[in-house]
Design a protein around this ligand. Structure first.
Ligand SMILES: [Zn+2]
Length: 67
């Protein structure tokens, strides 16, 4: 089953986006957002979220797709 962004209700979320939500909002957070919505929610730029995502992936976190 595809997970859809809680905010815009239209974007299907990638494993990376879901992982990023868990990482930034907490493992037990029910809120799952796409990158643009997550950026707006956290009041940061999308660019910043994407570079954060890259950094976390480099650390080899299992929540994310391997590089
Ligand atoms: Zn969204």
């Amino acid at each position: 089953m595809r997970k859809i962004c809680n905010e815009c209700d239209e974007k299907a979320l990638s494993k990376n986006e879901i992982g990023l939500c868990k990482k930034l909002l907490g493992e037990r957070s029910k809120r799952l957002l796409c990158i643009p919505c997550l950026a707006a929610f956290l009041k940061v730029t999308e660019e910043r979220l994407r570079s954060k995502l890259e950094k976390i992936r480099e650390e080899g976190c299992t929540l994310f797709e391997p590089k």
